[in-house]
Design a protein around this ligand. Structure first.
Ligand code: PHE
Ligand code: ZN
Length: 878
């Protein structure tokens, strides 16, 4: 247990005592026992103090050590020690070569860290600390080496042999085996090492870089999936071009490989020139992938490609600096998507995601700064805070510096630090130096956890034609951080006149706890559009009257704030109806009747949005969606999942009934006979039509459920089929069972697609859902060893089905807790990630909170609990 509790602190960082300049690896690949020989060219860090002991420490876990030699002399067993953490021996005086032989078992690696088998292929995952499960090595990102990798494997089962860099040799060996030698000229940390070997199909294309070099682009997939790579390939080429155009960054090798694997803990991994992807984020064709899948593929392919500079050429000094590469790269992929699609729609999506995932994290037991101060298990820090809040921090720098100043800072950063492992402070320093600006206060966003609250108060002086606005900020305490300082943040504010046009607009820089800003030349009392574009990633606390929100929904020149006004209005309406619901003994209709005037005004504003042809369809689709149940539950304490579910549905029904004709017209006008294309415009049209269908079904009129059922049968693309299925999913309509059966038949052998089918059923609000989920655990395609399956069935139940997960009788918690305990022995990283929903007990009533806490205690009592799960469960229980 003491091992589990070991805390690593940022302030304890020490430079490595030894560096590795070059690594030569030889893999003899076998599923049961793979032999790994490593030659390490090691020298002492010249900056190391003299007189310190000259012990060399190499990380290593769960391996069999066969032998260690130093400068070709084999060490006797008394000359080194091995424990659970690694290998220690005494270093010679001069630079030396260590040769280490280990044995590992890819077929038995269910954690999917290090070298493992996915379907029939061998693949690796080394970030963050997987390399130490392959061989003994200083497995930390500030040790950067060039890698030369020899792979020996059976030729018929592994015709494809890949690693990082360039292929420099290959050929046949005895016994039906063959080999390939790869050399990566760019020094890199061990977490960027990758190896793939298997019988894979290859789709090939090429890209000419700005300086005229031809780069071969290859995507490797399981046989039969060759026709599902087009969109990923196209996204890759557009990413390469965009990085040249917008950041002046060119690709640096002649080869770029992507491999799609079925078993993967995360989304994808940016290994140098050999990106490995969760197959879900590569494979797509119109009849297997939805518009949302296409969008995700585009952004994740871009994200991993962009890491070649922001992550690989310049990497992290230590894992506390993770946001150095992740926050920056998320910001880069968000901007790429904004340029490829609709900028406001992209921003809406990114903010909705931030508020749904990061704000709750920042307000709960797992709150931590963008640059954490400590961790037990680094795997647990690939979080929405490090990624998405980290991206907001970079976005604020972009806003404050403007595009040119930002680019100057970026240029200096890459110039100064190319080939180095650096810190978030180094990044901020480059931004400061290039722009002669002081970011001392802005950098508090790296170190201070919690979502700031922001209030505003306006005062119009007609005589002086002045509008004065006073901003007040406050950040609540978070675990381990009781005193919060005022932050530096850009706040974009617009003032609208009665005609709906802007009278004035500017971005102010808030630095004090309370601060006043003045707008001059304001000729009439304005309506305020506050925090446009979500320029500051905060919770705006100030309420605006219903009428102002309706006005903003119809007029704001900032599309984000048009959407935001609608969300605010809907949230307020739902929250007050929930209070009525609780007083009215659970009658959702009566609850809405009590706020009938506001409901009518809201529906009028929704109608205006629906019918406004000047707005793009993707935007209208987003603007018509009510805030989700999870989001609403964050706004209220205690959250009442039944009330939220019923009131939100009752409001959807009212909207559906009131605007039935408009939705019906929208539905039919947006039908398309053209062949499916995944572009943003067509996707927007499909999204608007799906929204209309959703409201029509919500109206309760039976003919619309038939319509959904017909749509499922008639459409030739997954987007329209899923739109139909996801509304049928909650009904008792016979079309539901038919569609689910058809889906299961068509995709029985298609893991990535069948995951949608598992997730749908897990998210159904029908009463039989939990029983069905339990049954599905026994489905032939389900396995606890595949993270996508676990996330689709079990994860989706907890995150996408608040009503059943939080069932009053505790059945949801009980089922879920059993699964986490079971999963911890298979894949601790995934188990730990899935544990977070149980940590939200403080948001619920006492009965539920007690059951959730008891569930956490049950997890903590598990024998041999992993460090991953222990950290999340213990922090969540506190
Ligand atoms: N570095 C990967 C990314 O963000 C994420 C990842 C982390 C993948 C750890 C695997 C393991 O692109
Ligand atoms: Zn990343």
């Amino acid at each position: 247990m003491s091992d589990q509790r070991h805390v690593i602190s940022r302030k304890d960082y020490k430079e490595p005592d030894f560096f590795v300049e070059k690594v030569e690896l030889v893999f003899d690949l076998e599923r049961e026992v793979t032999n790994v020989k490593s030659r390490l060219f090691i020298h002492a860090n010249p900056a190391r103090g003299t007189g310190v002991d000259d012990e060399v420490f190499l990380h290593g876990e769960d391996m069999k050590l066969v032998s260690v030699s130093i400068n070709e002399r084999r060490l006797a067993s008394g000359d080194f020690t091995v424990d659970q953490e690694g290998l220690r021996f005494t270093a010679p005086r001069e630079a030396f070569i260590a040769e280490i032989e280990t044995q590992i078992s890819p077929a038995n690696n269910t954690r999917l860290e290090g070298l493992y088998v996915s379907q029939s292929a061998f693949c690796t995952q080394c970030e963050a600390e997987g390399f130490r499960r392959i061989t003994y090595f200083p497995d930390r990102p500030d040790v950067m080496a060039t890698f030369k990798v020899t792979i020996n494997a059976d030729k018929s089962s592994c015709p494809v042999l890949l690693s990082n860099g360039n292929l420099i040799d290959s050929g046949d060996l005895d016994g039906g085996r063959h080999f390939a030698v790869w050399e990566d000229p760019f020094p890199k940390p061990s977490y960027l090492f990758a190896l793939v070997a298997g019988d894979l199909a290859c789709v090939e294309d090429s890209f000419k870089t700005v300086s005229g070099r031809d780069v071969a682009l290859r995507i490797f997939v399981e046989h039969g999936n060759e026709d599902r790579c087009d969109y990923a390939m196209d996204s890759l080429k557009r990413s390469m071009k965009w990085d040249e155009d917008v950041y002046g960054l060119e690709y640096d090798l002649d080869l770029f490989n992507i491999v799609a694997v079925s078993d993967f803990n995360m989304g994808a991994m940016e290994n140098k020139s050999l990106n490995v992807f969760n197959a879900k984020y590569i494979l797509a064709k119109p009849d297997t992938a939805t518009d949302m899948d296409f969008e995700l593929i585009e952004s994740i392919v871009a994200h991993e490609y962009f890491h070649n500079w922001s992550g690989n050429r310049v990497t992290c000094r230590d894992w506390f600096q993770l946001s150095l590469k992740e926050g920056l790269t998320v910001f880069r992929d968000q901007e790429f998507s904004a340029d490829q699609r609709s900028r406001p729609v992209q921003r809406i999506k990114d903010v909705a995601q931030l508020r749904a995932r990061q704000f709750p994290e920042d307000g709960g037991p797992l709150a931590h700064p963008v640059r954490p101060d400590s961790y037990m298990e680094i795997n647990n820090f690939y979080t929405a805070t490090v990624y998405e809040k980290g991206a907001e921090l970079i976005r604020m720098m972009h806003t404050l510096l403007g595009p040119d100043g930002y680019r100057k800072g970026i240029d200096l950063y890459f110039d100064r630090h190319d080939g180095q492992a650096v810190t978030c402070d180094d990044f901020a320093k480059a931004m400061e130096d290039a722009n002669d600006i002081d970011f001392t206060q802005l950098k508090l966003w790296y170190s201070q956890a919690g979502t700031p609250k922001l209030w505003w108060e306006g005062d119009y002086d007609a005589d002086a034609k002045q509008y004065r606005i006073t901003l007040t900020q406050k950040t609540d305490p978070t675990p381990g951080q009781s005193d919060k300082k005022p932050l530096h943040m850009p706040v974009s504010i617009g003032l609208l006149g009665a005609d709906g046009n802007d009278i004035a607009a500017k971005t102010v820089e808030l630095t004090e706890a309370t601060q006043e800003f003045v707008f001059d030349g304001v000729t009439e009392k304005p309506v305020v559009s506050f925090n446009r574009g979500f320029s500051a990633p905060v919770n705006v606390m100030t309420d605006q009257p219903d009428a102002e929100l309706v006005f903003l929904m119809g007029n704001d020149s900032d599309a984000f704030n048009r959407w935001e006004a609608g969300q605010k209005y809907a949230t307020r309406l739902i929250l007050s109806a929930i209070s009525n619901f609780e007083e009215n003994d659970g009658n959702a209709d009566a609850a809405l009747n009590d706020v009938a005037v506001a409901v009518d005004a809201f529906i009028g504003a929704m109608q205006a949005t629906l019918l406004n042809d000047g707005l793009d369809k993707a935007f209208r689709a987003d603007a018509l969606v009510l805030p989700g149940e999870e989001f609403i539950s964050e706004q209220r304490k205690p959250a009442n999942p039944d009330a939220i579910h019923q009131v939100r549905n009752a409001l959807r029904k009212r909207i559906g009934v009131a605007l039935m004709d408009d939705f019906e017209n929208t539905y039919h006008q947006n039908a398309s006979n053209a062949a499916f294309t995944p572009d943003a415009l067509s996707a927007g049209q499909r999204a608007l039509r799906a929204t209309a269908l959703g409201y029509l079904v919500a109206s309760g009129e039976a003919r619309f459920a038939d319509l959904a059922s017909d749509q499922y049968k008639a459409s030739d693309n997954m987007t329209d089929q899923m739109a139909a299925l996801s509304v049928l999913n909650h009904l008792d309509h016979p079309g539901r069972a038919d569609a689910l059966a058809d889906f299961e038949n068509r995709f029985a052998k298609d893991g990535v697609v069948l995951d949608k089918w598992f997730a749908l059923q897990a998210m159904s609000s029908r009463d039989d859902t939990l029983a069905r989920v339990k049954d599905l655990m026994g489905h032939p395609a389900f396995t606890m060893r595949n993270p996508n399956k676990v996330r689709s069935l079990i994860g989706a139940f907890a995150v996408g089905n608040p009503r059943h997960f939080h069932a009053k009788d505790g059945s949801g918690y009980e089922f879920y807790t059993d699964r986490l305990i079971e999963l911890d022995d298979i894949n601790p990283q995934v188990a730990a990630r899935l544990c977070a929903p149980l940590g939200k007990w403080a948001k619920y009533d006492d009965d539920r909170a007690d059951m959730m806490k008891a569930a956490l205690q049950r997890i903590l009592a598990k024998e041999d609990i992993s460090r991953d799960l222990y950290e999340i469960a213990s922090k969540s229980a506190a």
